[in-house]
Design a protein around this ligand. Sequence first.
Ligand code: UD1
Ligand code: MG
Length: 475
Amino acid sequence: MTVPQAQDGAPRPLAVVVLAAGQGTRMRSATPKVLHQISGRTLIGHVLTTARELSPEHVVVVVRHERDAVVAAVTDAMPGLTVVDQDEIPGTGRAVELAVAALPGGFDGDVAVLSGDVPLLDPATVGALLAQHRASSAAATLLTAALADATGYGRVVRGGDGLVDRIVEQADATPEERLIGEANSGTYVFAASALRTALPRIGSSNAQGERYLTDVVSILRAEGLPVAATVVDDPMTVAGVNDRVQLAEAERVLNARIVRAHQLAGVTVRDPQTTWIDVDVTIGRDSELLPGTQLRGATTIGEHAVVGPNTRLTDCEVGDLAVVSRSEATLAVIGTSASVGPFAYLRPGTVLGAAGKIGTFVETKNTVIGKGSKVPHLSYVGDAEIGEGTNLGASTITANYDGVRKHRTRIGSRVHTGVHNSLVAPVEIGDDATIGAGAVVRKDVPPGALAISVAPQRNVEDWAQRAAERTEPGA
Ligand code: UD1
Ligand code: MG
């Protein structure tokens, strides 16, 4: 067996195999483990993102448990990857054997093996592993971690030459081997030719009766081929997620990385501990996040904006200089210099124009609010269009639902509604119109008109005095 070397300095082609056939029993979940999310992306989505950064020729994902759900998610994350179904023969060795069989017969490059449940593995770490592998003549290069307590992991047994002799699994290790602190991370690069030769030789006479991928190491060494290992700087990088405690821990670590990257790019984050930012969020320079802010999904924030405290924005677009305080918004657009909250609820389809305002205890849905228009207090505005420079009085409500259908409310520019108005849709209020306090608007209001619908006020003189006389004791 020989290991092919790079020719003319060009790197050998790369195939990435992602193992995702396992059940993930310890999650105690109806959702397959690799489809649980941290920082807005599935565990396996993180692994595939890392894989993509390595510019591989082939990506193969091995599935079995809940295969349809996993296949749907991975092909969505990376169209064009190869899915391989593992058969009933258990073990990581069997999984890789089937994956390698799915590669083109002539593939003679390197095979990187990653686990679908190791989400913090970053492209730089795998890239360095790959570079080390390519620069050496090793048939395999492993990523390992130095742990204070390596219980549960396969242990790396090194020979006197510093090279790796074999890996022994927890269940098969002697008491002395269990004292070894160097753990196999489950991340490897193999020369394809060496891997192809070794895989069929893996047996299953071990404590778990499985075909261990880790046995490839001793098989290669028996052939006289060197196996190298590199120790990862931060063990969290290779931490696997097996239960919900580890899921939360992984998200905390990833979030800290994300927050730090935004800070270094010019965003003020007052309390990194309570600020949660998904991987795809973008934030402009000199924006400020106050404690308890969650930025989810594909949210984008402009420059010099202030968000928080205690605000959750999901798939929102926030303009430069906008202020969003103590609010919840989903699929909403908040314009430049606009102001939202405190205590506003922006539902999908809300578009707030530049310098506009959605104020305190206001709910909006499917509503476009023009430049400089304000909905300052205690309102529900749904299925509406509002022009520019309009002000809705406190507690103006769109009655958009007749019990069967939703209807639209059209409000022009420079309109002033009164406090406590009901706008019964479908209805249209023309530019420059004014509406009296307490009005229930059922008919269109022409431009420039005043609409009043409340009965004229009548005062009953001495009402209090007469009421007292009527209720006099003994009367
Ligand atoms: C494996 C390694 C161990 C290492 C540890 C790191 C083996 C034999 N042991 O152990 O040395 O320290 O990872 O986390 O490889 N999978 C399949 N098909 C299978 C079995 C597993 O696709 O038949 C997938 C799982 O979904 C998972 C990955 O392979 O993504 C690792 O499998 P797991 O059972 O968690 O291996 P460990 O016992 O943790
Ligand atoms: Mg595991």
